[in-house]
Write a protein of this length. Sequence first.
Length: 200
Amino acid sequence: MKQFEEILKKSQTELQKFADLVLKWQRTVNLIAPSTIPDIWERHIVDSAQLVEYIPENAKVLVDMGSGGGFPAIVLAIINKVVGGSVEQFYLIESDVKKSIFLREAARVFELPVQVLNQRLENVVLENVDVVTARALKTVEELFVLGQGFITNKTTCLFLKGERVDEELAQNTHKCCIEKIPSRTHKKSYILKIGGVQYE
């Protein structure tokens, strides 16, 4: 994978268009916290985009848990398209109807291989999932429990986490291999790259 800065620069035009679309819809649907609107590029776009470095080279299927306003999934799908990434299908799981409508519109506008699943996480069953992402959603333990229908020991999980990450990891009961990577955008935030998740 090319250097992150190079990837971000190459994708900047399309990502800015997505940021504009988010702000347009934000007037009627609460996609991001209002306090973060002035800093949408760094706080949401770059924060989501940094995961691209940790997607396995031959990954074909990516599932995003609780997609909300499309962070990180739509951002990653746009970058994947621009740089010719390996992911062929993105599944975005979002239980909120209005947010699901927004996600479908974003997928249409940017012509992305995205399927939006307007369902609860625990009801979704998918096979051969290479990557699972989640951003500011649940604890690690809860994500594993909710993702039993698609997370396997062959899946790479990429979870964006805040300063309570160590507390979450201490509460996790599932066997797995965890790499804790400092975030590019927040001093007290991390990316958890997790593999080999086992369910008893």
